[in-house]
Write a protein that binds this ligand. Sequence first.
Ligand code: ZN
Length: 162
Amino acid sequence: MSSPDLDLFVSDLDELYREVIMDHYRRPRNAQELQAPTIKTHGLNPFCGDESSIQLVLDGQGRVAQVGVQGRGCSISQSSSSLMSVLLKGKTVEEVEGLTELFRRMMQGKDLSEPERLSLGEAGVLEGVRRFPVRIKCALLAWMTLLDGLEEYRAKAKHAPE
Ligand code: ZN
């Protein structure tokens, strides 16, 4: 019997990758919604109907102190969101932007150096998704949503009174 949440596409990935993806899909990390976030953002992938909501609380040093991610949609989009969430704590906004850029480069088919790849942690398993171009947007959704939220935050900070 096939599990209803086991995406046909996911069953075509290497077993190790599949296990990580399905684990994060079934048990998403940092799923609690934060009540007083510094940064709050929401994104949609109309192709697949995937949704992503992200909240970050920054501490006094501008580092990520708390992360909340919620969403709905296919296993790739939701596991990607969870895999991303575990990378963010303790990072500055610049570091988070750097990771997001690395992830995007990886999904767009660029080969990362070993240290770059390591900095993405388990999210590196999503590299296998680039063999399936229609699913790349699913993998990127949470990351691009996060980037939008960071841009909005920067724009606001720039215009805030000193
Ligand atoms: Zn999707």
